[in-house]
Design a protein around this ligand. Structure first.
Ligand code: NDP
Length: 456
C-alpha cells in the first residue's frame, strides 16, 4: 500500500522535531509533522527557555545589591515586567521560527493544526483531511496537572506564567518539584512576596537530602516562605485577591496562586482507543526500549511516555527512533546517569546516586562533601553556602553520584557527568589538577570522606 508519508509526527516539541528532522534529512524519509500550538513545544514556548530567561531577570537585584561591595555605586532599579515580557515574546518568536525553518529545510511537511489517530496508518487533521503514513510518532508531551479542589479555576499553571498581565505583589506557589521551586525563586527574585506550599516534609523529593535541605534553607534565607506538610483545601475569590485555605483550616491571602503539582501525558482525544492502545497508570503511552508501542506502526517519545521527563531525554529518544526506523541503526535511548539541574537560587545539579539511594543499595560507600562560602558572595557579605558532594563506591572507587548546590551548579554538573559516565574513580578526580580559584575545584580536592555507609 502506498502511504502519503513514511512518517507522521504528532507534536512539534523537542522529541518530535528531532525525530522528524533526522528521519527526513538523514533517513531520506517523506515526513509530515502536525502541531496544534506553536512550534517548539513546552521547552521552547512555555518551559525551559523562557523560564531560564526569567531566572536571569530575577537574579539581577542580587547582582545590584552585591555591586556596592565591589566598589560600584548602583542604585536599586525597578523591574518593568511588560518590557521584559515583550523581549521574551520576541525571543520566543525567533526560536519558533528557527525550529520551523529547521523542519522546512529538512523537507518536512508541516501541518499547523491538530492531528488525531484514525487507525494504525491514518491521521485525521482538524480541517477534516485524512493523511496516511507508514509510521506514526506520538510526541505530544505533557500538560500541567491541577488537583480537583474547590476554586481550582482561580489558579494558574506554568503555562500562563510567561504572559501574566502584571506581576503580583504576593504569590502562593503550590508544589515542591522542579517547577514550583524554580518559580518560587524567580518570583521572589523579582520582588514578589512568595509562599511555597508543599505537602511533604521537604521540597525536591528524589534529590539528595543534604542538597535539598541546603536549597530549601537558602531559598528561605533569601525570602521564600516555604511551608511544609501543607496542603490546599480550597481557593476562594475575595475582595483584592484570592483566599487560600489549607486542610488544617489556616488561611492566607494572595494575588496569584501558581499550581505546579506535576504534569500528565498529553493523550486526551488523540484516538488511542481507536487503535486499541491502552495507557499506563500515569496516563502514559507504554513503549519498549526502541520507543515502539504495542501497535507496531506507532511509536511514542518524550513526556507522553513518562520515562524521564526532560527535554534532552526526549531529543535522545526522538533521535534514537529515527536512527532505528529510518537509518537502519537500531538504537535505544540511554536513560542511565541522566544529569539534571534545578534552576532554583541556588541551583542544584545532580547526576547518579543520591546518598539515600547508595544506602538502599546496601554496598559500602564513601561520601565526600565540601560546604563553603563561595568567594563572590562572601566578598559581598552574603552568607550563601555551596555544597559539593561525591558518592564513591568503596570497592571499585567509582564515583556513583555527584550533587552540587550553588551558583552555576547546572554548568558544573554537565561536566562532572561526562567523567562519571566514563566510569571515573575518585582517584581519577584526585589526579585532575584543580582550576583555581573556582568553586568546581572542590570536586578534585576533597581528600577525606565525610562519612561512610552502610557500615558493616
Ligand atoms: P514534579 O513531579 O517535579 O513535582 C510535582 C510536585 O507537586 C511534587 O512536589 C508533588 O509532591 C506535588 N504534587 C503532586 N500532586 C499533588 C497534589 N495532588 N497536591 C499537592 N501537591 C501535589 O512536577 P513539576 O510540575 O514540578 O514538573 C514537571 C516535570 O517537568 C518534572 O518532573 C521535570 O521532569 C520537568 N521539569 C524539569 C525542569 C528542569 O530540568 N530544570 C524544570 C521544570 C520542569 P510529592 O513530591 O509529594 O509527590
Amino acid at each position: 500500500m502506498a502511504f502519503d508519508f513514511d512518517l507522521f509526527v504528532i507534536g512539534g516539541g523537542s522529541g518530535g522535531v528531532r525525530a522528524a528532522r533526522i528521519a527526513a534529512s538523514e533517513g531520506g524519509a517523506r515526513v509530515a509533522l502536525a502541531e496544534e500550538s506553536r512550534m517548539g513545544g513546552t521547552c521552547v514556548i512555555r518551559g525551559c527557555v523562557p523560564k531560564k530567561l526569567m531566572v536571569f531577570a530575577s537574579g539581577v537585584p542580587q547582582q545590584i545589591a552585591d555591586a556596592g561591595a565591589y566598589g560600584w555605586d548602583v542604585a536599586p532599579g525597578t523591574f518593568d515586567w511588560p518590557r521584559f515580557r515583550g523581549a521574551l515574546a520576541k525571543e520566543l518568536d525567533r526560536l519558533e521560527a528557527a525550529y520551523r525553518s529547521g523542519l522546512v529545510n529538512a523537507g518536512v511537511t508541516i501541518y499547523d493544526q491538530r492531528a488525531t489517530i484514525e487507525d494504525p496508518h491514518t491521521l485525521r487533521l482538524a480541517d477534516g483531511h485524512r493523511v496516511t503514513a507508514k509510521h506514526i510518532l506520538i510526541a505530544t508531551g505533557g500538560w500541567p496537572f491541577v488537583p480537583d479542589i474547590p476554586g481550582r479555576d482561580l489558579a494558574v499553571t506554568s503555562n500562563e506564567m510567561f504572559g501574566l498581565d502584571a506581576l503580583p505583589a504576593r504569590a502562593v506557589v503550590v508544589g515542591g518539584g522542579f517547577i514550583a521551586s524554580e518559580f518560587a525563586c524567580i518570583l521572589n527574585g523579582l520582588g514578589v512576596s512568595v509562599t511555597q506550599l508543599y505537602r511533604g516534609g521537604q521540597i525536591l523529593r528524589g534529590f539528595d537530602n543534604e542538597a535539598r535541605d541546603l536549597v530549601a534553607d537558602s531559598m528561605a534565607a533569601h525570602g521564600v516562605n516555604i511551608l511544609l506538610n501543607a496542603d490546599v483545601a480550597r481557593l476562594d475569590r475575595i475582595a483584592g485577591g484570592i483566599k487560600v485555605t489549607l486542610t488544617d483550616d489556616t488561611a492566607m491571602e494572595t494575588d496569584l496562586v501558581l499550581y505546579a503539582t506535576g504534569r500528565v501525558p498529553n493523550t486526551s482525544g488523540l484516538g488511542l482507543d481507536r487503535i486499541g492502545l491502552e495507557t499506563g497508570k500515569a496516563g502514559e503511552i507504554p513503549v519498549d526500549g526502541f520507543s515502539q508501542t504495542a501497535v507496531p506502526s506507532v511509536y511514542a517519545v518524550g513526556d507522553v511516555t513518562n520515562r524521564i521527563n526532560l527535554t534532552p531525554v526526549a531529543i535522545r529518544e526522538g533521535h534514537a527512533f529515527a536512527d532505528t526506523v529510518f537509518r537502519g541503526v537500531p538504537t535505544m535511548a540511554d536513560h542511565d546517569l541522566v544529569p539534571m539541574a534545578v534552576f532554583t537560587q541556588p541551583e542544584l545539579g545532580a547526576v547518579g546516586l543520591t546518598e539515600e539511594e547508595a544506602v538502599a543499595r546496601g554496598e559500602p560507600f564513601e561520601v565526600y562533601a565540601a560546604r563553603f562560602r563561595p568567594m563572590r558572595s562572601l566578598f559581598a557579605g552574603r552568607d550563601d553556602r555551596t555544597l559539593m558532594k561525591l558518592i564513591v563506591d568503596d570497592a571499585t572507587r567509582v564515583v556513583l553520584g555527584c550533587h552540587i548546590v550553588g551558583p552555576e551548579a547546572g554548568e558544573m554538573i554537565q561536566l562532572a557527568a561526562v567523567a562519571i559516565r566514563m566510569g571515573a574513580t575518585k582517584e581519577d578526580f584526585d589526579r585532575t589538577v584543580a582550576v583555581h580559584p573556582t568553586a568546581a575545584e572542590e570536586l578534585v580536592t576533597m581528600r577525606k570522606p565525610a562519612r561512610r555507609g552502610p557500615i558493616g
